[in-house]
Design a protein around this ligand. Structure first.
Ligand code: FUB
Ligand code: ZN
Length: 670
């Protein structure tokens, strides 16, 4: 990210970018304007969730005095508009579109019109409770929304040069600084995000005050006795802005300790990864070692103990939160799309301080699985929750699974995920490389063309690949002879083998002293001039096991091909997927297909299926060796992200292994 520009040329990702431009953005615009009649589903069985309409843009019109009426929706409804605007900004950076720009400019005008004289911006409080501003920060999301606006403003200004958007954001930042900055009163938001937004303003303008304020919020968080409780005492008789939120323990908000002292991933998953994104950014930008150390520890805890194989995080619906180590249930989890988007942000910021491949590994794990699963193939239906096992009957009838939707809704009462997904996909080019002084880390393998600023000059990199379909990546680099730089190629932890060929020379590079593998990367040192580098990875489909401490997955395996996790779906395998078991020594067969699920590789593998007893058979009987009845079966897998595009049906990622044996081996590199 940063330091240059990358143009994606890869058909797979161009398709998604085009989906964002031609489907998601126009569709979301219509929904945010209440222009189309969509079925808005509550994200779980909770009648208090506002789900009649979006009203997000109307809230701004009312706050701006252009229309009359009441605010509708969540107290953070404004953020849907901001994330949409940010997605538009990245889209415009890729390709101009006068009509889209006119629409977005009008949104900027509307936002600016809704801003109060003193810089305050937040439609709920302007319209409904002006005397309650900043008085209930536990759930007001005022700084959360401000942060999203700052992110959108930085991107939109960068994309179009629009001054008003930046002025509005700077005026808002000044207002927040006055009220809650180092010279103002003590306070921070119940949902981290402002810290990221301020850093975006800092990177854009170079103004230290934004870095200082971001750091201030991260530094004072959790240092108080009971800040939220005190605010509540001083705000008597008012209805909570979000019912029930103040019942959650302090760790839900990451205020159980100051962030720099935290070493495990606690509480609401999106809050946690947003906090870490900002901490890692401040650490890299200001050399804050305490923050970096905390990020390292929290990262380890997530990746080693609390992350799903799909890159999903958040094991429980209650508080959309982390629970405890190795607690990774497949059918009740949360795995919110936004949380995986945030995990990618966190990884990207860590790469600025650490030259390690595992950040890119996690990035692509989240990207190719939970993030892509967040959208239907049509770009107009979205998952909030991304389960690893679904039975539609359970979703319909088990109140504990009401959040586990078997098909993607057209829209959600809480619509945080759809525009978050749009802004990530629209800015994917920024995650392919991390550029430092004289080092370029190649994080994602995506066909693309880049001009990057390294060591005071410009280098050109062209990636040509159809990864992850195949594991061959060709990288052509060129720089002036006077410019030398290092290139770190991520060697994915899942690749059984790898080979780096430089200028056709497989046995090492002439003059490549110092070229070596370290921390999940293969470093080519002191590159100068033109080189053709070919990286060969092994993307073949293989079965993976979970650490046996994950009780749900003992005796089970998951099919994974390169970074893409696969699943069984009822549409291909019939009902009762739990009756299948897979031969752990099967040879998965791969077949490319261009069909209703897009251009995918299907995988078929051998196994067994338990025979179902006749209807009406007794519920229990004695275990009896002779009664054991299984028949040979072919298990048909599809990429996880494509599931639920053929109607409501069962799905599972983890499959029993024949005889329930658990094959937990070593991780590559151990
Ligand atoms: O609270 C604002 C957003 O709504 C969070 O980031 C999401 O997890 C959802 O709860
Ligand atoms: Zn979300």
């Amino acid at each position: 990210m940063g330091n240059g520009k990358t143009w994606i040329t890869d058909p797979f990702w161009l398709h998604y970018r085009s989906l964002v431009r031609h489907e998601m953005i126009p569709y979301q615009w219509k929904v945010l304007n209440d222009e189309i009649d969509v079925r808005i589903e509550r994200e779980r069985d909770d009648a208090s969730i506002p789900a009649e309409k979006s009203h997000a843009l109307e809230n701004f019109r009312i706050a701006a005095g252009l229309h009359t009426g009441r605010h509708y929706g969540w107290v953070f409804q404004d953020s849907d508009v901001y994330k949409w605007l940010e997605a538009v900004a990245y889209t415009l950076m890729e390709e101009t579109d006068e009509s889209l720009k006119r629409t977005a400019d009008s949104v900027v005008d509307l936002i600016a019109a809704a801003q109060e004289e003193d810089g305050y911006l937040g439609t709920y409080f302007t319209v409904e409770e002006p005397d309650r501003k900043f008085k209930s920060l536990i759930n007001s999301h005022e700084l959360y929304c401000a942060g999203h606006f700052m992110e959108a403003a930085a991107a939109y200004h960068q994309a179009t040069g629009n001054r008003k958007v930046l002025e509005t954001a700077e005026k808002l930042a000044a207002c927040i600084d006055r009220v809650l900055g180092a010279e103002g009163r003590f306070g921070y938001d119940g949902h981290e995000e402002i810290e990221i937004g301020l850093m975006k303003l800092y990177h854009l303008t170079g103004e230290d005050r934004y870095l200082r304020l971001s750091r201030h919020f991260l530094r004072i968080r959790g240092t108080d006795g009971d800040f939220f409780g005190e605010q509540k005492k001083n705000d008597p008789g008012r209805k909570p802005l979000i019912g029930g939120l103040d019942q959650f323990p302090r760790r839900y908000f990451q205020v159980h300790k100051p962030p720099v002292d935290q070493d495990t991933a606690e509480g609401h998953a999106v809050r946690l990864v947003y906090m870490c994104t900002a901490m890692a950014d401040v650490a890299a930008s200001a050399g804050d070692q305490d923050m970096l150390n905390a990020c390292r520890k929290i990262w380890r805890n997530i990746v080693d103990r609390r992350m799903y194989i799909t890159g999903g995080i958040g094991s429980t619906v209650r508080g959309e939160a982390f629970t405890f180590d190795y607690d990774l249930p497949n059918d009740t989890m949360y795995c919110e799309t936004c949380a995986s988007v945030g995990l990618i942000f966190f990884a990207a910021q860590m790469l600025r301080s650490e030259n390690a491949g595992e950040y890119g590994d996690v990035m692509e794990r989240a990207l190719y699985n939970t993030v892509l699963s967040g959208t239907a193939l049509d770009g107009k239906h979205f998952f909030y929750v991304n389960p690893l096992e679904v039975n539609p009957a359970a979703s319909a009838l088990d109140p504990g699974k009401s959040h586990v939707k078997p098909v993607r809704p057209e829209w959600l009462g809480c619509a945080c995920c759809p525009p978050n997904l749009a802004r990530l996909l629209a800015s994917l080019d920024r995650y392919i490389y991390t550029v430092k002084e004289d080092l370029v880390l190649a994080n994602l393998y995506i066909s693309s063309r880049s001009e990057l600023s390294v060591s005071g000059g410009t280098i050109h990199i062209t990636q040509t690949t159809d990864y992850p379909k195949h594991g061959i990546i060709s990288i052509r680099v060129s720089s002036e002879e006077s410019l030398s730089f290092d290139l770190g190629l991520r060697i994915p932890g899942w690749s059984r083998t790898y080979e780096v060929i430089v200028d056709g020379n497989a046995g090492g590079r002439t003059g490549g002293d110092g070229d070596a593998f370290a921390n999940g990367c293969y470093f080519l040192r002191n590159l100068t001039g033109e080189h053709e580098i070919v990286l060969k990875l092994c993307v073949e489909a293989r079965l993976w096991s979970a650490n046996p401490r994950v009780k749900e997955n003992v005796g089970k395996a998951a099919m994974v091909r390169g970074p893409v996790v696969y699943c069984l779906e009822e549409a291909d395998n019939g009902k009762n997927l739990h009756l299948f078991s897979i031969d752990p020594f099967c040879r998965p067969e791969e077949e490319e297909e261009d069909g209703e699920l897009g251009n995918i590789i299907r995988i078929t593998a051998g196994g067994k299926r338990m025979r179902e007893p006749a209807e009406g058979s007794s519920l229990y009987c004695l275990s009896d060796e002779e009664a054991w009845q299984e028949e040979d079966a072919r298990l048909r897998f599809i990429p996880y992200y494509t599931w639920a595009n053929r109607g409501s049906n069962e799905m599972t990622v983890w499959v029993r292994t024949a005889q329930g044996r658990h094959y937990y081996g070593r991780k590559k590199g151990e």
